[in-house]
Design a protein around this ligand. Structure first.
Ligand SMILES: Cc1ncc(COP(=O)(O)O)c(C=O)c1O
Length: 474
């Protein structure tokens, strides 16, 4: 009689851009999705898998903790760890297969449960859900048969008008509603923009460090992202001009650079606009969190300085409302409206009309402005609480960058420690973090971990989290 064969998990590739724990996680998820590992099956112990794959124990533990956080596996004490017995194996979500040749690191993951320090989320406890429910019910009741046909591809006229009015007052953006194209998120805006204005092989400046999805999407669209360094004044325009003077576009986060949080200085703003004018290049202003500035009033958008119709302003409702809403927009220069309309006709079927109607009412009735004001104050408090707790508990092992705004903190690791390793340990301990190295092309001289403070509700919670982080720093 032969012993039952344990499924083989392919070893991760140390040369791949994707971190090792992500590769192990993905391989196990694949095995579960394909039914190689079935609900109730015991999975190899961390020690056994560590020996089999030749990777560190922390790597396996990070992968396991991610799988556990997402409900794929369950620890059963002495009995080991098993594939969740109630997992409907026939209905496993499709696994996203990475392209044959991995183009970039994929630093962020989206666990199905929210972890402490989770990036990219506004304060979920602060959203006025009662008001939202009331407006939602009203919009559903008001729906007419005509509203059930196809939505206008560029967005609901009432929402476009509200966005234009809001942007004028809050961000200094001058535009008419016809210049606004509603999309299902920043990446959708970027794709619409690239399809309208750029051609295969075009070079595009992007900030380094910078938001990884920008790089990933540009590459997928067969464009060539050119990393341009960021310093205390934001994107270094002179370096961009040296690296790729004839780039066709630049993607920037001028309000609070993502992830370093610095603001693009006025001289740099003017230099960037001047370069774009001379080269007839496009500037994409990703204003994902411009509202959240704590040291002064929010800075006007870069678009407000543009006299030559070179800036395309990308806004999103993910931070000021919530990410699952999947609504964003891009404001295009007047001269490009026709071109964008034609592209939108081809590549989008419009965005959900009912959600647009609810957001339109939410803005029109003043709830939006009130919510932003309230959360701005709340984030200033939560940020101060988190900084105080982390500094008190972690002492000299970290230094926290002073940033004028934003929704996350940058914890600089003292003593040349690896930010990727710390993030692996954090994930294994059920804490979220992202390594600055994963947001950077090339080496990082000053390793750091990015953590969000928006959902840390009290000083007590902040202290408890800092205490959970402390032993991982050793
Ligand atoms: C730099 C940056 N841009 C844009 C976005 C918004 O993305 P989306 O509209 O797809 O939620 C985010 C969200 O995390 C971000 O960090």
């Amino acid at each position: 009689m032969t012993a039952p064969q344990r499924p083989t998990i392919p070893a991760p590739d140390p040369q791949a851009a994707e971190p090792l724990y992500r590769q192990v996680y993905q391989r196990l998820r694949d095995a579960i999705a394909k039914g190689v590992l079935k609900p109730g099956d015991r999975i190899p112990s961390a020690r056994a898998l560590m020996a089999e794959l030749g990777v560190a124990r922390g790597t396996i533990e990070s992968a396991y903790s991610l799988l556990a956080a997402e409900g794929f596996i369950q620890a059963r004490g002495q009995a080991g760890t098993i594939v969740a017995p109630d997992l409907p194996s026939q209905h496993m979500p499709a696994v996203l297969v990475p392209p044959a040749k991995a183009v970039t690191a994929a630093p962020s993951f989206r666990p199905e449960t929210t972890l402490p320090f989770q990036m990219g989320l506004p304060a979920l406890d602060a959203f006025p859900r009662k008001i939202w429910a009331r407006l939602g019910a009203r919009c559903v009741r008001a729906m007419q048969p005509a509203d059930m046909a196809h939505p206008p591809v560029a967005g609901l006229p009432s929402l476009r008008a509200e966005i234009a009015a809001y942007l004028h007052v809050a961000r200094g953006v001058r535009c008419s509603p016809s210049q606004i194209f509603v999309t299902s998120g920043y990446r959708h805006s970027l794709a619409l923009l690239a399809q309208s204005l750029l051609q295969r092989g075009d070079r595009v400046w992007m900030e380094n460090p910078g938001y990884p999805p920008t790089r990933e999407l540009l590459t997928r669209l067969l464009l060539k992202p050119v990393p341009v360094p960021v310093d205390a004044d934001g994107l270094d325009v002179a370096q961009g001009q040296r690296a790729a003077p004839r780039a066709r576009a630049a993607v920037v986060t001028p309000a609070h650079q993502s992830p370093l949080g610095v603001s693009l200085s006025l001289p740099r703003r003017l230099a960037l606009l001047d370069w774009a004018k001379r080269q007839e290049a496009w500037i994409v202003e990703d204003d994902y969190d411009g509202e959240y500035r704590y040291v002064s009033r929010p800075l006007p958008a870069l678009q407000s300085l543009d006299r030559d119709g070179r800036v395309l302003y990308a806004g999103t409702f993910s931070k000021v409302l919530f990410p699952s809403i999947r609504l964003a927009y891009v404001v295009v220069p007047e001269a490009l409206v026709d071109r964008f309309e034609r592209t939108a006709e081809i590549i989008t079927g419009g965005s959900p009309q009912l959600t647009q109607a609810i957001v339109g009412a939410f803005i029109a009735e003043g709830h939006f402005a009130r919510h932003i004001q309230r959360t701005r104050k709340l984030y200033a408090e939560r940020r101060a609480q988190a900084v105080a707790a982390l500094e008190q508990v972690l002492g000299r092992s970290i230094r926290i960058d002073e940033q004028p705004g934003g929704m996350h903190l940058i914890l600089r690791l003292q003593g040349r420690r690896s930010d990727r390793k710390l993030v692996e340990r954090m994930l294994a301990a059920g804490l979220y973090g992202e390594a600055l190295s994963d947001w950077t092309q090339g080496r990082v001289s000053d390793p750091a971990v990015l953590v969000a403070f928006t959902n840390i509700a009290s000083s007590r919670d902040a202290t408890q989290l800092a205490r959970r982080l402390q032993p991982l720093m050793a």
